[in-house]
Write a protein that binds this ligand. Sequence first.
Ligand SMILES: Nc1nc2c(ncn2[C@@H]2O[C@H](COP(=O)(O)OP(=O)(O)OP(=O)(O)O)[C@@H](O)[C@H]2O)c(=O)[nH]1
Ligand SMILES: [Mg+2]
Length: 195
Amino acid sequence: MSFINYSSREINCKIVYYGPGLCGKTTNLQYIYQKTSPEAKGKMISLATETERTLFFDFLPLSLGEIRGFKTRFHLYTVPGQVFYDASRKLILKGVDGVIFVADSQNERMDANVEAVENLVINLKTQGYDLMAIPYVLQLNKRDLPNVAPVDEMVQLLRKKGEPVFEAVASKGTGVFETLKGVAKLVLQELTKTG
Ligand SMILES: Nc1nc2c(ncn2[C@@H]2O[C@H](COP(=O)(O)OP(=O)(O)OP(=O)(O)O)[C@@H](O)[C@H]2O)c(=O)[nH]1
Ligand SMILES: [Mg+2]
């Protein structure tokens, strides 16, 4: 639930990067962190295992300019993709305003992608949200690898509701800001609808 603070004229929104293990969620955040000026970002917090797998979440607070005199602050989170961290994924979805589903384009990860989208639908539901109703975009990541599925096949398999689709190579930064802007736009649209 986005939080509007009228006295400090701030809008706070929570964005969650969701997707299977190793699809590149943390890499998206790291790139955003690297490319954002110090004034616009807070500290990035990563709780990871020794092998760089997300253990609980990554967190990055980000200012994305003003809208109608209100500062917009986006709180970016990633979930741990490994199947057995489901309790953490549920918790991190609490209070979410927008979701970016990061899919791994490699052929051998298609089942994992499908499973993770299904897991997202279920976990949103347990927090009282409907995927069909929330701001949502799909990122097809790792487009640089040789063994990737065609974009139209992935869209057919993974797209849930005509959401915007972004191709990305998060490790090089390609498509990373486009994806974030895509979901931010939907979140702000949602705000002006209800407010
Ligand atoms: N070739 C290629 N590698 C990528 C890309 N994006 C991420 N990677 C690599 O994939 C690996 C996993 O990336 P992470 O960002 O840690 O994946 P994650 O989704 O956060 O994984 P979990 O935290 O376990 O859920 C790392 O070695 C990244 O460098 C990409 O677009 N292309
Ligand atoms: Mg991670």
